[in-house]
Design a protein around this ligand. Sequence first.
Ligand SMILES: [Zn+2]
Length: 199
Amino acid sequence: MQRHYDITEWLDHLRGFTAGDRKTALDAHRRQCNACDATADWLARTLADTAGERNTVVPEQVLHNARAIFALRALDQIQVRRGLLASLVFDSFTQPALQGVRSEQRLDVRHLLYDAGAYAIDVRLEHERGTPAVTMIGQIHHAADSGRHVAHMPVTLTSNESVLAQTVSNQFGEFTLKYTPQSGLGLHLGAQDQAQPES
Ligand SMILES: [Zn+2]
């Protein structure tokens, strides 16, 4: 799939500042991307709410929420052991909370669940208010047995092929990464530098 569009691009689009091929591409992307559709929906509602306030170009709270949503953009891809790509199975921004899990309506926390064959990856993104930083708290476990965690697995966060942060999962399969929001985020689980035997 083509890269996601960021919140300022959706804002321009919804305000009618896009045309031609670009307009077609944005509309087509929105139809096939839940994450961008949710962003655009939210922005459209916000614009409708503030339509009467023409003089206050964009209210500060709207900008704050927009920045938080942009900061907490979902990962574009998760790759396990240089091969398998994980698929997103739950996103707190676009889906109702799982039964039995407390609903998170906060815009400064995003909860994502990924399925990668034998592994399941739980990712929580938190935006630190007043800073550009995002903290990612993840946990890797075996899909067949969520009580079995994947310990000591190297975790690398990249943006368009450059490394932003690296760590290793602890004995509970947990890892924490801090980064500044970027486009084209990828999370790579397992050794990156050279092929390593399965452990
Ligand atoms: Zn998208």
